[in-house]
Design a protein around this ligand. Structure first.
Ligand code: HEC
Length: 226
């Protein structure tokens, strides 16, 4: 038993020395040498424009260069429309045709119409979006008195059932898409369907907190209103 000890430590030293030799020596200053588990250094996750097919350090410099220059994904050409599996939502993929100009704004006001029919359910969905993205400036009832405005962070936007009462939905969509004055663009936060949904709620507020066109509910009718 005592005789075995030096053999064991010798074996260990030999393995350690071999490991050191294998990992430390390389002619290329940029090479990490032989890698124990390369996946730990180079993520196997696929990243755009990078070909992870072969490890360039193991192959020639030309191959490495060729790999680096071979794109795995390209930017779609201008005018590309993304595929929609749901045909009823295909129109949301179309490019927005009105430019970010005064004329574009006016034209959108005249021509652009919501593809979503106004129902209690869509108004309800719009309210959820409004409460997350708009209420801080426009206020709960759209009076232009949200907490950001109340604390002096922004000039107040007009009340929906006041100066903005007759604002057409096309202009609303244009403003939400590009922004207007101190209101920034919400195009990156809300996709087109969400923009039209939140507009449903803005229209509801424009009508004073009821479905537009609905007759005002008389006090005696309230019990049968729903
Ligand atoms: C940072 C505060 C802020 C946020 C957040 C904000 N708005 Fe506004 N909004 C404004 C201001 C200020 C104006 C007035 C802009 C002007 O006419 O110069 C405005 C204007 C508008 C108008 C009138 C546009 C027009 O064409 O005159 C609509 C509609 C509107 N906002 C809807 C929304 C909706 C919907 C959201 C949420 C998705 C939202 N806003 C989020 C501040 C905000």
């Amino acid at each position: 038993m005592i005789q075995r000890k030096p053999t064991t430590s010798l074996t260990f030293s030999a393995i350690a020395a071999m490991g050191l030799l294998m990992t430390s020596c390389s002619g290329d200053v940029n090479s990490p040498g032989v890698e124990y588990m390369p996946d730990m250094y180079r993520s196997p996750a696929v990243e755009a424009y990078v070909d992870f097919g072969q490890d360039p350090y193991i192959f020639s410099e030309e191959l490495a260069r060729e790999q680096r220059e071979r794109p795995s994904a390209r930017k779609p050409v201008d005018g590309t429309i993304s595929f929609s599996q749901d045909a009823t939502k295909a129109m949301y993929r179309m490019p927005y045709p009105y430019p970010n100009t005064v004329d574009g704004y006016e034209q959108a006001g005249l021509e652009l119409k919501s593809p979503i029919a106004m129902t209690e359910s869509t108004v309800e969905q719009g309210k959820v979006i409004y409460t997350k993205f708009c209420v801080q400036c426009h206020g709960e009832k759209g009076a232009g008195n949200g907490p950001v405005v109340e604390r002096g962070g922004h000039p107040p936007p007009g009340a929906y059932d006041g100066p903005l009462k007759d604002l057409p939905e096309g202009k609303m969509f244009h403003t939400i898409t590009y922004g207007k004055g101190v209101m920034g663009s919400h195009a990156s936060q809300l996709n087109k369907e969400e923009r039209w949904l939140v507009i449903q709620y803005v229209k509801y507020l424009q009508a004073g907190g009821k479905m537009p066109g609905a007759a005002p509910v008389a006090a005696s009718d309230t019990t049968t209103a729903i």
